[in-house]
Structures are given as structure tokens and as C-alpha cells.
Design a protein around this ligand. Structure first.
Ligand code: ADP
Ligand code: MG
Length: 280
């Protein structure tokens, strides 16, 4: 057994996989360039640190279950002049994450609510936090299943652990009493512990109708809004503008609506599947 074999064994035991990958070539280069011992060691170890940080980032990105990855740089604020840019810049500092505060994005379809939530969650992940994305419907369905099979406590942890939880599309569909109770549990368990980024096409006064229960709606809103920024987006749909630019009718055709709906449905079921196979 050569010293190189023994080295590989040791690197493996210490899980220094990146150093293991480059060992021979680094040793060969060092033989020619004869760096100081300290420089050589520092070069190798910092390579491991950088690649480990990168792997960790990729893992947290995967675990977040984003429907798509979009960044704040990709968001055209000029297209939505009614958005208060200072609000977005303030959120971008991630102070809200450090202080476990929430941000709620309200507005009609296509104005960039989900994009902004994903982008802020990506910022948080880049800064070392964990994030998780789920639609309101999937969240309620998942916790409902867990409750029926006596797994609620365990399953709740999936939604309590990440520092940033995105709850997308509140209010697109009504939520039954069981669903509203489960949502209340998530919101109150995260209260002052972890941030929620939430999107809705409904204004707060309509939440009673979404839940079919004004008392529960008030209880959820009370906790959600205590430390929260509300970003109201009143502008035009970005999707519609893309269609216009492509020279298509401003009104979506039946075909495009159907294909979008089926795409959304398959994205939803894929996400549900992912959520179900998530390890806890
Ligand atoms: P919703 O408000 O319905 O959640 P999305 O955030 O999903 O809308 O936006 C719809 C699509 O349009 C996405 O692909 C998103 O990236 C894009 N989009 C929306 N607003 C903007 C914007 N201001 N700049 C760049 N892309 C945008
Ligand atoms: Mg959306």
C-alpha cells in the first residue's frame, strides 16, 4: 500500500471528497511549483470548504421544492411601477428572516407574486437559511392526510423547520374547516419563530369567505400580520404582456387556458409527490 493509497483512505474517512478528487494533480503541481507547506495545505482545504458550501446550497435549493427558480435580478420592477421598490429592497436585506417576520403579496394573477416569493426565498437560501415552498391547497391536503393517519405532529415539522415557508395561492380555492384549522396551526406554530411568505389574489377582508369562518380567518390573520409587510401589486399581468408581445390576442384562448391548467395540475401533483416523499 503506497502513501497515496493511505492518504485516499484517510481523506475518505474524513469525508474530504473534493481533496480526494484532486489529490494526484495537486501533488504533481506542487512537485513542480514547490509552494510553501502552509500555502499548499491552505489551497487544498479551502477547495474542500468551497465545494462543500456549494453542495450544501444545492441541497437546500432542492429541498425547497420551488415550482421554478427566479431571482430578484430577473424581476423587472419597471414593469410594475405600483410596487414600492423600497419595500422589496428592505425585504432583500433579509432582516425579516432574522426577525422571523412575514411578507404577504396581494394581487391578481400574473403580476409576479410567486416570482417575488421564490426570489426572496432563494436570497435566504444563498444567505445560509432553509426554505420550503408549497401551495395552500397542497399544504392543507398534505396535513389533512397526515392528521387522518395520526402523523400530524411529525408532518407539521416539515412546515415548521424551514426558516422561510412560502405558502402560495391562498384564496384561489375555498378551504374547509379542517383545512383552516390546520393552516391556523402552521401559522401560530411559526409565529415569531420563522418567516412566512404568502401570496393571495384576495384582500384580507375576503379571508372569512375563503375559510367559511370569520373567527378562524381573524385568528390566522392576527398572527400572520402582527409582524408583516404587505406588498400590494395592482398592475397588469406579466404573462398577458408576454402574449401581447408575441402578437397573440390579449384574451387567452380556450386552448391556452386548458394547457396552462393541465400544466399547473401536473406541476401541482409533482410537487405533492415530492412533498410526500420528503424525508422527515
Ligand atoms: P403570480 O402573481 O400569478 O404568482 P408569477 O409570479 O408566477 O405570477 O408571474 C408569472 C410569470 O411572469 C412568471 O414567469 C414570472 O417570472 C413572470 N413575471 C411576472 N412579473 C414579472 C416582472 N415584473 N419581471 C419579470 N418577470 C415577471
Ligand atoms: Mg402565483
Amino acid at each position: 500500500m503506497t502513501v497515496i493509497d493511505r492518504l485516499h483512505g484517510t481523506l475518505e474517512q474524513l469525508s474530504l471528497t473534493t481533496i480526494g478528487d484532486v489529490l494526484e494533480s495537486r501533488l504533481e503541481a506542487a512537485g513542480k511549483e514547490t509552494p510553501a507547506y502552509a500555502d499548499f495545505l491552505e489551497g487544498l482545504l479551502s477547495l474542500e470548504v468551497v465545494s462543500r458550501r456549494d453542495r450544501n446550497l444545492q441541497t437546500r435549493m432542492r429541498m425547497a421544492h420551488f415550482p421554478y427558480v427566479k431571482t430578484l435580478e430577473q424581476f423587472d420592477l419597471a414593469f410594475q411601477p405600483n410596487i414600492d421598490e423600497r419595500q422589496i429592497r428592505e425585504l432583500q436585506t433579509l432582516r425579516f428572516v432574522h426577525e422571523a417576520q412575514n411578507a404577504i403579496f396581494l394581487g391578481p394573477p400574473g403580476v409576479g407574486k410567486t416570482h417575488l416569493c421564490v426570489a426572496l426565498a432563494v436570497e435566504a437560501i444563498r444567505a445560509g437559511f432553509s426554505a420550503y415552498f408549497i401551495t395552500t391547497q397542497d399544504l392543507v391536503a398534505d396535513l389533512g392526510r397526515a392528521a387522518r393517519s395520526g402523523q400530524l405532529e411529525k408532518r407539521l415539522r416539515v412546515y415548521l423547520r424551514p426558516k422561510v415557508l412560502v405558502i402560495d395561492e391562498m384564496g384561489y380555492l375555498p378551504i374547509d374547516e379542517m383545512g383552516a384549522t390546520l393552516l391556523f396551526q402552521v401559522v401560530s406554530a411559526r409565529y415569531e419563530r420563522g418567516s412566512i411568505l404568502l401570496t393571495s389574489n384576495k384582500s384580507y377582508r375576503d379571508w372569512g369567505a375563503i375559510f367559511g369562518d370569520q373567527v378562524l380567518a381573524t385568528a390566522v390573520l392576527d398572527r400572520l400580520l402582527h409582524h408583516a409587510t404587505t406588498v400590494n401589486i395592482r398592475g397588469e399581468s406579466y404573462r398577458l404582456r408576454e402574449r401581447k408581445k408575441a402578437g397573440l390576442s390579449t384574451l387567452p384562448t380556450v386552448d391556452s387556458v386548458l394547457s396552462e391548467a393541465s400544466r399547473d395540475a401536473s406541476e401541482g401533483s409533482r410537487r405533492r409527490h415530492n412533498a410526500n416523499t420528503e424525508e422527515v
